[in-house]
Design a protein around this ligand. Structure first.
Ligand code: CDP
Length: 137
């Protein structure tokens, strides 16, 4: 008998890059899966929602910022089989937003130079994206 395929979950994530070229990562809070690991902020795309609209909504909910869709550029896709679902996660580069970035849902935030991102333990889906970012920035 073959195993049933894992359900696919679509999550959108952002690499916010500041004027000094540092990237925002956010620490997952206690009580959630993968607590304590540093992720690119974002979240699940709701049924019927466009990925870009989902990312704009999530960045507002999690960080309190407003992003224009034209400022979002998808550039690499993460794909990782967790135990109970298969995560597909495009990472969008974002260099412009309005409002101050604050941690509304995360335990902490950090602005990190691309070369230093490997110092922060990340979920297995996020970690391979770091090499792409380093090459791009
Ligand atoms: O954060 P939460 O678990 O509430 O849900 P989510 O942000 O909608 O993400 C769903 C799942 O995707 C998380 O539980 C993680 O397993 C995974 N994820 C990830 O690996 N990397 C991210 N940057 C975001 C989510």
């Amino acid at each position: 008998m073959t195993d049933a395929p894992l359900p696919v979950v679509l999550v959108v994530a952002a690499a916010l890059v500041d004027v000094d070229g540092r990237v925002l990562i956010a620490k997952r809070p206690e009580g959630k899966a993968l607590a304590g690991l540093w992720e690119f902020p974002g979240g699940k795309v709701e049924p019927g929602e466009r990925p870009e609209a989902a990312l704009i909504r999530e960045l507002n909910e999690e960080l309190g910022i407003d992003v224009q869709e034209a400022c979002l550029a998808p550039f690499v896709f993460a794909s990782h089989a967790y135990e109970s679902f298969h995560l597909l996660m495009p990472l969008y580069l974002c260099r412009r937003w309005s409002g101050l970035v604050v941690a509304r849902e995360h335990a902490a935030l950090a602005w990190v130079r691309p070369n230093a991102l490997t110092d922060y333990p990340m979920p297995p889906a996020d970690a391979p994206l770091v090499a792409w970012l380093r090459d791009l920035l």
